[in-house]
Design a binder for this molecule. Sequence first.
Ligand SMILES: C[S@@+](CC[C@H](N)C(=O)[O-])C[C@H]1O[C@@H](n2cnc3c(N)ncnc32)[C@H](O)[C@@H]1O
Length: 319
Amino acid sequence: MEKVDTAILKTKAIIYGAVALGCFENVFNFKGYKRFYLYSNENIDDYLSFTSFDNKDTALSVTASGDQVFSLISQGIKKIDTFDINGLTEYYVLGLKRAMIIKYNYQEFLDISYKIFDYNYSSNENVSLEELTSILTDLLSFMDKKERYYWQNIISYNYKLQSMENTNYNLFDIIGIFFGNFNFPVTRSSYLKTEEDYNRLRSNIINAELTYQNTHVLDLPTKLNSKYDLILFSNVLDYCDDKLGYCWLYKDIEPFFKEMESLLRENGVFFMHYLFGKQCVNVSSLPIFTSSLVEENDLKDYEILNIKDCNDKMLLKRG
Ligand SMILES: C[S@@+](CC[C@H](N)C(=O)[O-])C[C@H]1O[C@@H](n2cnc3c(N)ncnc32)[C@H](O)[C@@H]1O
């Protein structure tokens, strides 16, 4: 079976579980075809401000919600290889979100996003099933063939099932992950902060080259043969205990860091890990930040940036 057909089947199962059985899929398991982040929970604009984009053309980035990717394109990056262990991110980012950016101007993008992504959990007050179906259908012609095929199937399945069950769950409440306030990415994603930033993204995105690989981050060295001006990992390294074991140590990841650093071009920059301040969200943090390891000075080759808001940090390596 084609991967896209598997993605469609898995998405239909998530929708069926929620609509017919009242059972929403767990959000902290990303491997396979899972619910995806609708937008980033990081202050992307703040950490990107620590680098210059002059002479930077190529990047490697986690796909995630696309906010990292679109922020980079807005800053002038022309080619981005994206990767994610969650196979649905491809359809959301390279399909739906990219289509929204191509179709809508700044105000329209914000209005539609607030309408379809900023919902009040499970009671779909902002948008009716008919209106959501019509908004999504209008985006199909702005997608490439594979993504269009995926969304055509999902839109019609969701419409038919919810009409039959007489429900009005927001599709993105079912298949997306949401933190309760769409203002967050608007003020913290470089492409959404101002109309000018968004317009720059819109004019750059038409010629930007975006690729996608469905892979575990730690398998990247065996799958890449390009060099990059910028590498951006978000907080993906929080989710490596499946391969490195529980409470893994700096020495366990050091060979991987070195391999990734060898993929940096001259003057390249590696945003290695976004570390959430404890009061911001309760996620596990990278073991290399435990006090004993910092005392051992393992991180001496890296910069630790203090991010605005929430005491978040970014671990950075300049090539
Ligand atoms: C770590 S999550 C958290 C959200 C993130 N802070 C943001 O702003 O987008 C980001 C993405 O990493 C992906 N991911 C998680 N573990 C991964 C892994 N081991 N390898 C590759 N991608 C992974 C998830 O599927 C998700 O799309």
